[in-house]
Design a protein around this ligand. Sequence first.
Ligand code: PLP
Length: 471
Amino acid sequence: MNLIFELSQPGHGTEYFPQSDVPEIALPENLLRKSALRLPEVSEVDVSRHYSRLSKQAFGVNSGFYPLGSCTMKYNPRVNERIAALPGFSAVHPLQPADTVKGCREVMDQAKELLCAVTGMDGMTLQPAAGAHGEFVGMLLIKKYFDKRGQQHRKKMLVPDAAHGTNPASAVMAGFDVVNIPSCENGCVDIDALKAALDDNIAGLMLTNPNTVGLFDPNILEITQLVHAAGGLCYYDGANLNAIMGRVRPGDMGFDVVHLNLHKTFSTPHGGGGPGSGPVGCKQALIAFLPHSRMYEPDASEDSIGQVRAFYGNFAIVVRALSYIFSLGADGMREASETAVLNANYLMHQVAKYFPLAFDTICMHEFILTLEKVKQDKGVSALDVAKALLDEGMHPPTMYFPLIVHEALMLEPTETESRDTLDEAAEAFKRISETINSNPERLHESPVTTPIGRPDEVAAARNPVLRYQYE
Ligand SMILES: *Cc1c(COP(=O)(O)O)cnc(C)c1O
């Protein structure tokens, strides 16, 4: 497919502006361009077709099944988009006098209150712009907590090896030393390894529960108690609240700080790279350290870690989240998380007929296949199967994550898919497993139905070409 620059032909651009009828003012020589502005010259209809063509090549939740584990690619009800687009929310400016945006401030206050209720926390900030940003802010809160107590020596942050890669990165950025905790055979925290790592220098533990292999850690209360007894704090990575929303609260599990990904669980479309929102909640003992904006809260706590994002954070995402919570209510949120877990278990049972599970037990919102043996026996990798699923018209699962599972494919169907869709997906896995037995070589060629086949992902990430290269 051609780039818009390649479609350009001299003279095809449309002259939109009429001749100026006021005298031209000559600009100073030093402000003038040295060379002509190189904009593509393309007619209006060709521009329109170009972008429509491009949009059809993108795959989204609205195009088909998107079981990208850990990312919660669920359908986001359109009503929440409409609410966020109301002029009272979308046509305001953050520099408007505060008394002209009282409604917006009420939205934020209500959102904080409800998110505290959902997580079992006492205070909340809406400033962080994404999950990883929330983790970083949560780490700064914990750091400040120990600074205030004169315990600067507490620098060790424990992170299980199954953690999302952003966890150790956030801890290091906040100045902690990361200590890896191995997982047990069953994918959960190894209690003995945890005990061995606990000493007077620990600041805390970062944990995801249900963890990244989709299992709820049955020892969670013991784990948080052990960390507290050693003087540490417990951080909950709540990016995937979809499995427990309305049923279990991180605060009741013993966590002190939590971040949420509103763009995963609370109805903001994502996958295109943003914008996101990663509110951070905390228990009473840390409220004084929460971020604030001196501009809007001149008498906020002196101990605050300061502002972490311009203005109020990504406000429109908070509006969607509040609209989502109100439209579901407490019962609806419980039902959503129940259905998310039910759907994952249903799909797991269907797909397990054709591919081995990494952990053969009841899962939460997601489950993992391991193709280690398939690769040994048939030479077909997790990547091959992911690519073959593209030809089946669905988005591939998350691949090669978490790192503790070899040849991993992680599926998260979410609560918004029907049983028919899950059955169709299981059929796709069945067809691929038949191909593995009859003609495994063919899978190395997948995908054959997409505009490009197998891009060099490493080169694309390391040496991205983001600008058109003129000759
Ligand atoms: C998605 C995710 C994150 C990071 O969230 P971003 O908004 O992408 O920064 C962190 N932890 C877990 C478990 C996640 O699934």
